[in-house]
Design a protein around this ligand. Structure first.
Ligand code: F6R
Length: 605
C-alpha cells in the first residue's frame, strides 16, 4: 500500500509528480504529499484526501524544483491526517515510505534522546531523522545503508536531500520499487504502472538495493556500498487502459469488458489448430504431482476455492487451498512433489509474496497466476500463468477474478489431459466449449437492467446472506465480499448446507438472501435450503440457469443466467453479483473505484 514517486529532471517536476500520484491512487488515497528541492531547500506540501486536493494546493502555491518525491498514503501507523501524510522532512532530508517499520518505537526513543522532535504518529519519521543523523558522519550511500541496517520490517523509500539537491535515492526491502529511465530525467516509482506514461524502460530493485538518480544517470548500490549493475527491461505497450471510455467508473468498464478479456486470455492459451492448450516448460511433470496447494488473498483466494472443485472433478490430485496470511505462518510439511500455486492480480500482495518466499526457501515448485507479469510474485515463481486481463484499476477486483478462474480452469484441464485422466475426446470438447465462454459472458451481462431493479429493493438492507454449494460456494463468498467492500453493507457467504449450523438464526422477515443454484448435482439440495430461509421470512434472489423444477412462489426475484457447460457456472453466476454490488453502492452514493479504507495493492502485511 502507499504509492511512491520520485523524479530528478532538468525541468520543474511537481506537475509530473502529481500526474503520477493520480495513477498511484489505487495503492492508497487517504492523504497525499509532495516535497521538492528549490533554492530555499526542502519545500513540503501535503493534505488529507485525494490527490486532487494536493493539486489544488499546488495550483494556488506552486512548488518549483527539478528534483522531488511524492506519496499517496494508506494509513498504517497514525490516522489519516495532514501531519501523518508523507513526505516526512527534516531541514536536510525528505522521505516518502511504503511499508511498516516494526521497531520504530525503539528507534524513536533513541532519536528523542538525541534531541529530535517528532511531529507525526507515523513510523516513517524515524527514517528521516536516522538519515539526517548519519549524514553528519557519512557520505550519501553509506548514510542510507547505515539507516537501512537499523530498520526492521518492510519498506520502499524515496528520499531527497537539501545538500545533494540534484539527487533522488530509492531503497527497497520487502516492498516493490522500480526505476524508470527518461530523456533528461529519471524516475522512481512503486510500480511500473505509475512510470508507464513517462517511460517503458525500467529496472526493478531487489531487496537490499539502493538506487541513486539524477537527471542524467542512475546508479545502483548493494548493502555493502558497492556499485552494482542491474538489468534494464522494456515494458510492453498495452492498450490504453487508463481511459474509462463512456463508462462512469473503471469498475463498470472492467465488468463490461469481461467477455473481451476472457476472449483474449483463451486466445493466448488455446492452440486452435491442434485443439490443445499451450503450456510449455511447466516446472513439474503433471504425472508426478502429488498435491496442488492453491494460495491467495481475498478475491484471488476465492478463485483458488473455485479451482479446487475443478481440479477434484478433472484429476485425482489432492487439492489444498489457503489464504496467504495463514499459509505463511503455518508449520507446513513441504514436499518437492507438490505444486504450490500463487494467485494474485497485482503480484505485489505482501502476504502472498511471503507465502511464496516460504515455498522458495523450502525448494518446492511454484507457479503463479498473475495479471501484472512484471510484478514481484511473477518474478519469483518458477512458472507464470498470466491472466491477460489488462490493468485493473477499480479497487474491487472483477475482471481479474474471472481471469484467475479461467486460467486455473485451463490449467486443470491441461493437467488432467497430461495425466490421461480425461479422454482425448472430452479434452477436445472442453477446449471447443471454452470458446463459447466470452459470448455467454456477454449474454449474462445483459441482466444489468434487472439487477438495477433488485438493487433498489436491497439498498436499505442491513445485511445480506449469499448461499451456494460446490463451485457456487466460492462465488457466494465473492458476491458477499464485493457487496461489503463496495456498499459497506454487512454480507456473508456460506455453503448453503451450513445454514442450519448457526447462520439460520440470522434470518428474519425481509432479510435478503441470494441463493446460487445452477442446475448441477447440488441443485435440489440448494433449493431445499432456499425454502428453509423463505419459510423464515427471507427475501430471496435466486440466481440460476434453469426455469424447471423451481416453485417460484415466495421467491422475490429469479435471475436466470444462460445455460452452459456446468464448469462455466462460477463465471456466469459471478456477473450478476458484481453488478448487484455495483448498483447497491451506486444507489448509496459510495465511491465505486475507491471504496473507503481499501487499496488496490496490499503491500503491507
Ligand atoms: C477484492 C479484492 C481483494 C484482492 C486481494 C488480493 O475485490 O480486490 O480482496 O483480491 O487484496 O489482491 P491480489 O490479487 O492483487 O493479490
Amino acid at each position: 500500500m502507499c504509492g511512491i514517486i520520485g523524479i530528478a529532471s532538468t525541468k520543474s517536476v511537481s506537475s509530473n509528480i502529481v500526474e503520477s500520484l493520480k495513477k498511484l491512487e489505487y495503492r492508497g488515497y487517504d492523504s497525499s504529499g509532495i516535497a521538492t528541492i528549490d533554492d530555499n531547500g526542502i519545500n513540503e506540501k501535503k493534505c488529507t484526501g485525494r490527490v486532487e486536493n494536493l493539486e489544488k494546493i499546488l495550483f494556488k502555491t506552486p512548488s518549483n524544483g527539478k528534483v522531488g518525491v511524492g506519496h499517496v498514503r494508506w494509513a498504517t501507523h497514525g490516522a489519516p491526517s495532514k501531519v501523518n501524510a508523507h513526505p516526512h522532512s527534516s531541514e536536510q532530508v525528505s522521505v516518502v515510505h511504503n511499508g511498516i517499520i516494526e521497531n520504530s518505537s525503539l528507534l524513536k526513543e533513541d532519536l528523542e534522546k538525541k534531541g529530535y522532535k517528532f511531529k507525526s504518529q507515523t513510523d516513517t519519521e524515524v527514517i528521516t531523522f536516522l538519515i539526517t543523523e548519519f549524514l553528519k558522519d557519512f557520505d550519501l550511500v553509506k548514510a542510507i545503508n547505515k539507516t537501512l541496517s537499523k530498520l526492521k520490517g518492510s519498506f520502499a523509500l524515496g528520499i531527497i536531500f537539501k545538500k545533494y539537491a540534484d539527487t533522488v535515492i530509492g531503497a527497497r526491502k520487502g516492498s516493490p520499487l522500480a526505476v524508470g529511465y527518461g530523456h533528461g530525467e529519471n524516475y522512481l516509482g512503486s510500480d511500473s504502472y505509475a512510470l508507464k506514461s513517462m517511460t517503458n524502460k525500467i529496472t526493478y530493485l531487489d531487496d537490499g538495493d539502493i538506487c541513486l538518480l539524477n537527471n542524467n544517470k542512475v546508479e545502483f548500490y548493494n548493502s555493502n556500498n558497492k556499485k552494482i549493475n542491474k538489468e534494464v527491461l522494456t515494458l510492453s505497450n498495452d492498450e490504453n487502459t487508463e481511459d474509462k471510455g463512456d463508462y462512469k467508473d473503471f469498475m463498470s468498464k472492467e465488468i463490461n469488458e469481461q467477455s473481451i478479456t476472457v476472449k483474449t486470455c483463451i486466445k493466448e492459451y488455446i492452440d486452435e489448430t491442434r485443439k490443445d492448450i499451450n503450456l510449455y516448460n511447466f516446472p513439474i511433470k503433471p504425472n508426478e504431482i502429488k498435491k496442488i496447494v492453491l494460495v491467495g488473498c481475498g478475491t484471488a483466494y476465492h478463485s483458488c476455492i473455485a479451482a479446487k472443485y475443478w481440479f477434484e472433478e478433472l484429476t485425482t490430485i489432492p487439492i489444498e487451498t489457503d489464504v496467504a496470511s495463514e499459509f505463511r505462518y503455518r508449520t507446513i510439511q513441504f514436499d518437492k512433489k507438490n505444486l504450490y500455486v500463487f494467485v494474485s492480480q497485482s503480484g505485489e500482495t505482501a502476504d502472498t509474496f511471503a507465502a511464496l518466499d516460504l515455498c522458495k526457501k523450502n525448494n518446492v515448485k511454484t507457479c503463479s497466476v498473475i495479471n501484472v507479469v512484471e510484478s514481484s510474485i511473477a518474478r519469483l515463481t518458477d512458472f507464470v500463468l498470466p491472466i491477460h486481463a489488462g490493468p485493473e484499476i477499480g479497487v474491487a477486483s472483477t475482471k481479474a477474478f474471472i481471469g484467475q478462474m479461467l486460467v486455473l480452469y485451463i490449467l486443470a484441464i491441461k493437467i488432467s489431459d497430461s495425466r490421461s485422466e480425461i479422454s482425448k475426446s472430452d479434452y477436445t470438447k472442453k477446449i471447443i466449449e471454452l470458446k463459447k465462454l466470452p459470448d455467454l459472458i456477454s449474454k449474462t451481462l445483459k441482466c444489468e437492467d434487472k439487477i438495477q431493479v433488485i438493487a433498489k429493493d436491497f439498498v436499505n438492507s442491513k445485511g445480506v446472506i449469499f448461499l451456494g454449494r460446490g463451485s457456487s460456494f466460492p462465488i457466494a463468498l465473492e458476491g458477499a465480499l464485493k457487496l461489503k467492500e463496495l456498499s459497506y453493507v454487512h454480507a456473508e457467504g456460506y455453503p448453503a448446507g451450513e445454514m442450519k449450523h448457526g447462520p439460520l438464526a440470522l434470518i428474519e422477515e425481509g432479510l435478503p438472501v441470494i441463493v446460487l443454484a445452477p442446475s448441477d448435482r447440488y441443485f435440489v439440495k440448494t433449493i431445499s435450503n432456499m425454502q428453509e430461509v423463505i419459510a423464515r421470512g427471507a427475501k430471496v434472489l435466486l440466481v440460476t440457469n434453469t426455469n424447471n423444477d423451481v416453485n417460484s412462489e415466495n421467491i422475490r426475484f429469479i435471475l436466470t443466467v444462460p445455460k452452459s457447460d456446468p464448469f462455466f457456472s462460477p463465471f456466469l453466476l459471478t456477473i450478476p453479483l458484481q453488478l448487484l454490488a455495483y448498483h447497491v453502492a451506486k444507489l448509496k452514493g459510495c465511491d465505486i473505484d475507491k471504496p473507503r479504507n481499501l487499496a488496490k495493492s496490499v503491500t503491507v502485511e
